[in-house]
Design a protein around this ligand. Structure first.
Ligand SMILES: CCCCCCCCCCCCCCCCCCCCCCC/C=C/C(=O)SCCNC(=O)CCNC(=O)[C@H](O)C(C)(C)COP(=O)(O)OP(=O)(O)OC[C@H]1O[C@@H](n2cnc3c(N)ncnc32)[C@H](O)[C@@H]1OP(=O)(O)O
Ligand SMILES: Cc1cc2nc3c(=O)[nH]c(=O)nc-3n(C[C@H](O)[C@H](O)[C@H](O)COP(=O)(O)OP(=O)(O)OC[C@H]3O[C@@H](n4cnc5c(N)ncnc54)[C@H](O)[C@@H]3O)c2cc1C
Length: 661
């Protein structure tokens, strides 16, 4: 029986068409739909006991799943797109993520043609397994501060890789702890006593015969991480080198080279390309944020439609908690954010592909913007998604705290995304640097392009005032864009003015860094809002689909406007009355979205297997499932628990000395 059938009947739009919008294309939908069912129906990919397994058992099970996934990919002749969908629906972090997601891209992006020819075929067949070994015990954010050394030995034509201190131990790389045979290891290049900065080197870590560490290599897992199950399926590792020798041609030499006679040469590509793998992964993290958030929102929305508390009249049913405005005000902006992040993720993938093509044609002009966009949007979307998952847990009340809700594990797996691939604050400071540079160049005749083109309208934006007179005026895209542009430009200019008061710009930057981070957030929010609005300019078929997306877009920007009202008011673009009208419009949009809420999360097309949540199951039959699951918990295997006779019974039977106690 479908306990959510009434909700589904209320939908005012074509859910099948919305599924295609969400997937990106009809083809993408068909692939995704087919692979999600394939995974859901395969007992080899079961994951319902994951939070109950001890680490060793959990890890072994992940190794089994990864091998099984690889076999299925081969047996079924899956394409790259299908394999990537399979990884997504298997829904378990594993060493394979780092192999495919960072090791291979690092060789592709930073290796010469010759190096790619040698290493990629081995990596593609998984005859070697690689990780990305950059972070150390002492330094993660400060890449220039890494201590591992790679010293060129001209006698033998080798590099000597060494960990000179405890803090130079590699620490965190995923897949390193127990599985990787190789790593792209980042180290300070030293030639003839002279330092040449951080470079990547392909280093073999373990024997391909018996998997033992090679001489001079000390390697292991760094231990349990946050949450049950969760990211503990991954072997994040520690690694030390004691004068390990590798051939000279294992330095990744696309960006710079070391010749046989020990000369250091720089190609005509910018040295920042050494950071290229991080740009790539940040882009994939943005594309992934909408998936994690939409998953949590699906659970919270379906459950909020099932759950009833208070409000019974004349013995009738109580109120569905989704009908409380407070619930809507917490839930619907997250639903809207999931869609917003989907569209900005699609756009960022386009931007990344564009910059990659330009780099191949030696056009490096858009690299700073690509860096700022990937860094800023990675920060914005992961922070909002991690916070959003936790909010969804609270939206589900007490039951949200049960592992069977799926939300605790989802949060524990997701939250490190705020830290890995760049701490979110550190990344926003990169965006702020980019903004300050842009503002400082405004008078120079250099036209700001792309996501900072609005800075070209600075004079207009500094003076313009909001013209909204009634709540519906907040539905005009041009009005909304101007509001977000004026806020972003005014915050950036205010920071730049304050910075100019310092004689030492670096000191000023450090002192004003909290304001700079806020200016960076305003800029990134503008990007997300503008990409959502751009999406709505496209032809979107299907009854009512565009209207629902317009309502969600409105919720996304009006919620931000309400939350950051202080910024908008402080920059004098808005009056308090106009801010209040924005809030009136926001409430009106909640009412519009309410009957469509369940259908809007159905449009994500997630299987029950993928959701892994009793509260979010498609049929909404929550209570019997919760009740049954409780009895299946291993603690209920026996009526009287182990330890009763040892620890509880003696307490119950003790003779107290003081009867008054
Ligand atoms: C069980 C299931 C099994 C299934 C099996 C299926 C098998 C097959 C399936 C195949 C499917 C594929 C699946 C793939 C999945 C992919 C998923 C990926 C998973 C990802 C997991 C994440 C793991 C985490 C990894 C990491 O964390 S790696 C380490 C990351 N580290 C950081 O991010 C460090 C952060 N710090 C920095 O980036 C920098 O140092 C800094 C930006 C802070 C700069 O600091 P600094 O000020 O010192 O700067 P520099 O002097 O170095 O440079 C300044 C100038 O350079 C510019 N700059 C800086 N960075 C960049 C950049 N990245 N790009 C371009 N330019 C850059 C600055 O702007 C400065 O420029 P200016 O001088 O002009 O101002
Ligand atoms: C689950 C997980 C997986 C990972 N996988 C990998 C991997 O595969 N390979 C790899 O190489 N690394 C990996 N990492 C490491 C990760 O990239 C780093 O932890 C991350 O870049 C943050 O660096 P940090 O740990 O040095 O943090 P720190 O920089 O020490 O941050 C600590 C605090 O200091 C603040 N801070 C730091 N610098 C500044 C500044 N300049 N201004 C203001 N505030 C500042 C930060 O905001 C933060 O609040 C992984 C980490 C995790 C958690």
């Amino acid at each position: 029986m479908d306990y959510l059938a009434d909700e589904r009947k209320k939908a005012e739009f074509d859910v099948d068409e919305m599924k295609i919008v969400w997937a990106g294309s009809r083809h993408a939908f068909e692939v995704s739909d087919r692979i999600s069912k394939l995974v859901a129906n395969d007992p080899g990919f079961r994951k319902d006991t994951r939070t109950m397994l001890a680490r060793k058992e959990l890890f072994k099970n992940t190794l089994r799943k990864a091998a099984y996934a690889w076999k299925r990919i081969h047996d079924l002749h899956l394409s790259e797109e299908e394999a990537s969908r399979l990884r997504f629906y298997v829904d378990e972090p594993a060493y394979t993520d780092l192999h495919w997601g960072m090791f291979v891209p690092a060789i592709k992006g930073q290796g010469t043609d010759e190096q790619q020819k040698k290493w990629l075929p081995l990596a593609y067949k998984m005859q070697i397994i690689g990780c990305y070994a950059q972070t150390e015990l002492g330094h993660g954010s400060n890449v220039q501060g890494l201590e591992t050394t790679a010293t060129f030995d001209p006698q033998t034509d080798e590099f000597v890789i060494h960990s000179p201190t405890l803090t130079s131990s590699k620490w965190w790389p995923g897949g390193l702890g127990k599985v990787s045979t190789h790593g792209v290891v980042y180290a300070r290049l030293i030639i003839n006593g002279e330092e040449h900065g951080i470079h990547g080197f392909i280093v073999q870590l373990r024997s391909l015969e018996d998997h033992l560490p090679l001489p001079g290599v000390t390697v292991g897992d760094i231990g349990m991480k946050f949450g049950n199950g969760a990211y503990n399926t991954m072997d994040n590792g520690v690694l030390r080198f004691d004068h390990v020798r590798i051939p000279r041609n294992q330095m990744l030499m696309r960006v710079s080279q070391v010749t046989r006679d020990g000369k250091y040469k720089q190609s005509d590509v910018p040295r920042q390309l050494v950071y290229g793998t991080m740009v790539y992964v940040r882009q994939t993290i943005v594309a992934d944020a909408s998936c994690a958030l939409s998953r949590a929102v699906t659970i919270a929305t379906r459950y909020s439609a099932v759950r009833r508390q208070f409000g019974s009249q004349n013995g009738g049913p109580e109120t569905q908690v989704i009908d409380y405005k407070t619930q809507q005000n917490r839930l619907f902006p997250l639903l809207a954010s999931a869609y917003a992040f989907k569209f900005v993720g699609e756009w960022l993938t386009w931007l990344y592909n564009d910059v990659t093509q330009r780099l191949q044609a030696s056009d490096f002009s858009t690299l700073p913007e690509a860096h700022a966009c990937t860094a800023g949007l990675k920060s914005l979307t992961t922070t909002a998604t991690a916070d959003g998952i936790e909010e969804c847990r609270k939206l589900c009340g007490g039951h949200g705290y049960l592992c069977s809700s799926g939300l605790p594990e989802l949060f524990a797996v997701y939250v490190p995304a705020c830290t890995y691939e760049g701490d979110n604050t550190v990344l926003l400071l990169q965006v702020a640097r980019f903004l300050m540079k842009t503002v400082s160049q405004l008078g120079s005749g250099k036209k700001p392009l792309g996501t900072i083109s609005y800075m070209g309208k600075i004079e207009h934006l500094m003076q313009s005032r909001c013209t909204v007179q009634k709540a519906e005026d907040w539905l005009k895209p041009s009005q909304v864009l101007e509001a977000f542009e004026a806020r972003a430009v005014k915050m950036a200019v205010s920071c730049a003015k304050n910075l100019s008061k310092f004689t030492n710009p670096e000191e000023g930057f450090a002192e004003l860094s909290a304001d700079l981070v806020e200016a960076a957030v305003a800029h990134c929010q503008l990007i997300v809002v503008s990409k959502f609005i751009d999406k709505l300019q496209q032809d979107i078929p299907g009854k009512g689909v565009k209207q629902q997306l317009e309502a969600l877009c409105g919720i996304y920007y009006l919620y931000l406007l309400h939350k950051h009202q202080g910024d908008f008011l402080a920059t004098s673009y808005l009056t308090p009355k106009q801010a209040a009208l924005a809030n009136d419009q926001l409430r009106a949009l909640y009412t519009k979205v309410r009957p469509n809420a369940v259908a809007l999360v159905d449009s994500f097309n997630y299987t029950d297997h993928f959701l892994g949540s009793i509260l979010g199951c498609y049929d909404g039959n929550v209570y019997p499932k919760l009740y049954d699951a409780a009895w299946k918990d291993p603690l209920n295997d026996s009526v009287v628990p182990e330890g009763y006779h040892e620890y509880v019974r003696p307490l119950l039977k003790q003779q107290l000395h003081t009867a008054k106690l």
